[in-house]
Design a protein around this ligand. Structure first.
Ligand code: DWN
Ligand code: ZN
Length: 404
């Protein structure tokens, strides 16, 4: 296929089979309606951008009942409150600043901006999460962010000092249109700040469960620098963030308007040294992914043969990839508990494993718990200390299958 960014040739390196849209948690009776799509990733020989080879229509992904709630963990609430305070302190300092967020979800970041009385607008296509944001005082436009919406926002609200996105920019296949929109919106000295899954972390930790239909792109510093250049921006800063197992936050500005931080070159050097974009690196990653599948299935089958009770903990979008790729269904995992009310009473797309509220975990405790929400391990293990104290064991599969 042709690269969505530069038109170069994309060479596939990992095929995760036919999969449903990761966040379409449907009631059990409606499970048969699920469309399946090939889920595979490849790297562009031109600009190095790693991307999905097939696209799921956006209406299927970001529908009105989109269940993900970004405020669902203390880690996220604290991280985004800090991100908002940083923007207020460093960028939103003029007489009447304005910030636009691409995909504001339930207002986890913009809530702090709204509390500070600063002009803002969240653009999010999913009606239920947008309503949650509005209920906490965040101004929301229920739509997709692209060149068209950005022009409409500028016409009504004027230019923005900051366009922000968190785990939303890699979701948008039409990044040319997104960056044209950012160009329309930003003031001369404005910045586009976005934090997204990092291919370096995914490869280093064999975190293949970050690969699903919503994540169209898997950024590296090099591919983001190319992307910025191609669409008239400059990558001026890169910083690590702790969410989703370790992401990067990128800052883009108009060329020559900001002095690039030394971090940009340092990250590029690191990527060169580790050969991140090299075909051998991604092929080794694909081998490690297949090993995790073999080990995880063998572990669950062994425990089932021994008559042990195993349930899942956390039903992130990531759990759809893992269960469907590994062929894990209700026979190996009778249910998964998750704190998100919008997921409870539904089933994991494709794998059709029922989702129960966290109380089901304690009634009674299972022998083993497979932790799908491994990026929230600290918070979850602290919350469920009693499980381990009574002899319960956690199973993790990142970076490799381990029974803790
Ligand atoms: O990019 C995306 C990011 C921002 O969020 C989206 N494509 C979808 C989503 O990814 P995810 O579904 O992998 O997100 P999380 O944050 O890893 O999901 C954690 C899941 O675990 C949620 O369903 C909530 C659940 N959970 C729980 O049951 N008990 C989480 C915590 C902290 C808990 O204590
Ligand atoms: Zn390319």
């Amino acid at each position: 296929m042709d690269c969505r960014i530069c038109g170069g040739t994309v060479t596939e390196f990992l095929d995760l089979g036919r999969q449903p849209s990761a966040n379409r948690f449907v009631p059990p009776g409606r499970a048969a309606e699920e469309p399946l799509f090939p889920l595979a990733v490849g790297a562009c020989g031109g600009c190095t951008m790693v991307q999905l080879t097939t696209e799921v229509p956006r209406e299927l992904k970001y529908h009105d009942e989109y269940p993900y709630r970004a405020s669902g963990s203390a880690l996220h609430r604290e991280h985004f409150a800090r991100a908002a305070r940083d923007l207020l302190r460093t960028e939103l300092t003029g007489p009447d600043p304005f910030v636009v967020e691409v995909g504001c979800n339930d207002g986890v970041m913009l809530g702090t901006i709204a509390d500070a009385g600063v002009r803002h607008l969240g653009v999010d296509p999913a009606a239920e999460v947008a309503a949650l944001a509005a209920a906490r005082g965040v101004r929301v436009l229920t739509d997709w962010f692209e060149a068209r919406t950005a022009a409409a926002v500028r016409a009504v609200h004027g230019p923005a000092d900051v366009v922000f996105g968190a785990n939303t920019i890699c979701h948008l296949p039409y990044l040319g249109s997104v960056l044209a929109g950012v160009d329309t919106l930003l003031t001369a000295d404005g910045v586009f700040v976005f934090e997204e899954p990092y291919l370096g972390t995914i490869v280093e930790r064999t975190a293949f469960d970050q690969i699903y239909d919503e994540h169209v792109f898997y950024f590296t510093v090099r591919s983001v620098r190319e992307l910025a250049r191609r669409f008239g921006f400059e990558l001026v800063d890169v910083a690590p963030t702790p969410l989703h197992g370790g992401e990067l936050r990128y800052t883009l500005a108009r060329p020559g308007r900001r002095r690039p931080s030394p971090a940009v070159e340092q990250w590029l050097d690191r990527e060169r040294a580790t050969g991140l974009a090299h075909p051998r690196t991604v092929e080794r990653f694909a081998e490690a992914v297949r090993r995790v599948r073999t080990d995880l299935v063998a572990t669950l089958e062994r425990l089932a043969a021994e008559g042990r009770r195993v349930v899942g903990y956390g039903a992130p979008g990531k759990s759809t990839t893992v269960t469907n790729y590994c062929g894990i269904g209700p026979a190996l995992l009778p249910f998964i508990c998750d704190s998100t009310p919008a997921k409870q009473g539904r089933v994991v797309p494709g794998a059709r494993i029922p989702i129960a509220p966290p109380e089901a975990f304690r009634a009674p405790y299972p022998d083993f718990a497979l932790l799908f929400a491994w990026n929230h391990a600290e918070e979850i293990m602290a919350k469920e200390r009693d499980f381990a104290e009574r002899g319960g064991r956690w199973i993790v599969y990142v970076p490799r299958v381990q029974v803790l």
